[in-house]
Design a protein around this ligand. Structure first.
Ligand code: ATP
Ligand code: MG
Length: 561
């Protein structure tokens, strides 16, 4: 798994940065220009984050610039919503293109001119074959392709047809413009690739000005050249396109000569990172939207409470290599936990409340107890939490008949209430069906703050909220969106959706200060994990998302038996 090697904090090294250093040292370039070129046909996912961190990171490290360029060449699938979302997400991730925001559509006129030039030079022709026929003529990896019967039509005739294509004389799919290279090439991309197709569609930026659009291959390298990109970084599936990229650069009067480098895509277990699939998950409502906290999209992570710095940290641990691998999602989880552990303030919330009546606590009395906001950081200060005769604890912090290694509350057992007192369970009250509905307990007033003057110890500290003063809340617990690490490996990936990926708890109780938490701000619910407020919440009933759990030592012990 070459993709999971961690870097060691020294100046980042990989084959791309090494090549850039060599180019600069040899004077081949004075400055470095990279670009991130998303197609606005979906929201950005964490795979894109790898490309963003690489391109913007390199520009920063080498004092160069990084462009954001929308590869908006297919209006059938592209939308303004995606253009806006992509910009927001790149900024959120912590990168800025400054004045270097571009669109491939800015170059449509120039690209068209260059296409005419290729026709005039006898290096491109209009083909009347259908898409299916072109495919049939293409050949295979072992068989050469066959030439189109229109391949040798004169440049004059092709030019005339191409201009009429632009003028809108022909319906979608009637004709295409193809480069005239080599139908017998071992590289299928060289077998007269399509440069333009007719598409009568309204473009988010150019409207109805065009009814023919350049292909990715024809637009990409030339856009790089127009912008003076020095190092054009893309994923490995474009390696076989590089000779074509270079062919255009060599055969057209472009203003600069960028060079393409390919690196491994990011793949993560328990999720999918293909936009086609992510679009399907959204359209077919397998998730609540692009920003569903279970989605591997940047907007999903944001809503879930994952800080952008944790994503950058995760990406920085990935090796930039030439071999694809799959990264464990646990590695991302680890980065999130590690960061939130230092940054997130602590609060108390009870997800599955069990009522506790403290029999020796005076009726009608309440008090405010001081609670530290962060155990490792006194500068985070303290807050007051109310305490009273009735409190709630977590249902699973009590067992009537505890097994050997369960140290939390049980009949006759004494535990510590975090920031409060020692509490002893006297009795479990049950309903007629035998369910425990309430605990009767006593507390020791001398243990205020959590220590006993007589030095006696307890084996567990549990969290709680007071019945009076706490607020109701909904809490959404997330698990992997896919049940198996390699969704789709056994057939249809939709079949692998984890039916338990979302659990909604509607009867939670939170301490009062949690009502003021702004959406997106991360907090740790003591002993439970990291959470953030969701914009769905109203003042009357806040909603929290679990970003990530804490490692549950009890679950491990229980699993071992
Ligand atoms: P998808 O296959 O999900 O549709 P794409 O590559 O078509 O992705 P683009 O919008 O064209 O999506 O991607 C913009 C840039 O992000 C490209 O340079 C692409 O190589 C890079 N990129 C996309 N997915 C990944 C990934 N999983 N890992 C690393 N880089 C990626
Ligand atoms: Mg693409």
């Amino acid at each position: 798994m070459t993709d999971t090697e961690t870097h060691d904090g020294e100046a980042t090294r990989d084959f791309i940065r090494d090549a850039i250093r060599a180019d600069l040292a040899a004077g081949r370039h004075k400055t470095v220009a990279t670009r991130f070129p998303p197609e606005p046909n979906g929201y950005l996912h964490i795979g894109h984050a790898k490309s963003i961190c690489l391109n913007f990171g390199i520009a920063k490290e080498f004092g160069g610039r990084c462009h954001l360029r929308f590869d908006d060449t297919n209006p059938a699938k592209e939308e303004q919503e995606y253009i806006d979302a992509i910009q927001k997400d790149v900024h959120w991730l912590g990168f800025d293109w400054g004045e270097h925001l571009y669109y491939a559509s800015d170059y449509f006129e120039q690209l068209y001119e260059w296409a005419e030039r290729l026709i005039q030079d006898g290096k491109a022709y209009v083909d009347d074959l259908s898409a299916d026929e072109i495919r049939e003529h293409r050949g295979t990896l072992t068989e050469p392709g066959r030439e189109s019967p229109f391949r040798n039509r004169s440049p004059e005739q092709s030019l005339d047809l191409f201009r009429r294509m632009r003028a809108g004389e022909f319906p979608d799919g009637a004709r295409v413009l193809r480069a005239k290279i080599d139908m017998a090439s071992g590289n299928i991309n060289f077998r007269d690739p399509v440069l333009y197709r007719i598409l009568h569609a309204t473009h988010p930026r150019t409207g109805d000005a065009w009814c023919l659009y350049p292909t990715y291959d024809f637009a990409h390298g030339q856009s790089d050249a127009i912008e003076g990109i020095t190092h054009s970084l893309c994923t490995l599936e474009f390696e076989d396109h590089r000779p074509l990229y270079d062919w255009f650069i060599e055969n057209l009067p472009v203003p600069s000569r960028p060079r393409q480098y390919e690196f491994s895509r990011l793949n993560i277990t328990h999720t999918v990172l293909s936009k086609r699939r992510l679009v399907q998950l959204v359209r077919e409502k397998h998730v609540r939207g692009w920003d569903d906290p279970r989605m591997p999209t940047l907007t999903g992570y944001r809503r879930r409470g994952v800080p952008p710095a944790a994503i950058r940290d995760f990406i920085s641990r990935l090796a930039i290599t030439k071999s694809d691998g799959i990264v464990e999602i646990a590695m991302l989880d680890h980065c999130v936990r590690e960061l939130l552990n230092t940054t997130a303030e602590r609060r108390m919330a009870v997800l599955r409340p069990l009522k506790v009546v403290i029999e020796n606590y005076p009726e009608g009395q309440t008090e405010q107890l001081e609670a530290a906001n962060h155990p490792g950081n006194p500068d985070a200060g303290t807050r007051m939490v109310p305490f009273g005769r009735e409190i709630y604890i977590e249902r699973d912090d009590f067992m009537e008949d505890p097994p050997k290694k369960f140290f939390r509350l049980a009949p006759g057992r004494e535990v510590r209430l975090r920031f409060a007192y020692f509490l002893t369970c006297r009795e479990a009250i049950k309903d007629s069906a035998g369910n425990i509905v309430e605990l009767r307990c006593t507390y020791d007033p001398a243990t205020k703050g959590g220590n006993a003057p007589d030095g006696r110890k307890v084996k567990a500290t549990i969290h709680w909220v007071a019945a009076e003063g706490s607020a109701p809340a909904e809490v959404r617990l997330y698990d992997h969106l896919f049940a198996r690490p390699d969704p789709g490996a056994g057939g249809d990936y939709l079949q692998d959706i984890n039916p338990d990926s979302l659990e909604v708890l509607t009867d939670c109780r939170i301490e009062p200060s949690l009502r003021d938490i702004a959406p997106g701000q991360a907090v740790q619910f003591e002993r439970l994990g990291y959470f953030c407020a969701d914009p769905d919440g109203a003042a009357a009933k806040p909603v929290f998302n679990r970003t990530i759990g804490l490692r549950d030592t009890w679950a491990k012990v229980a699993a071992k038996g």
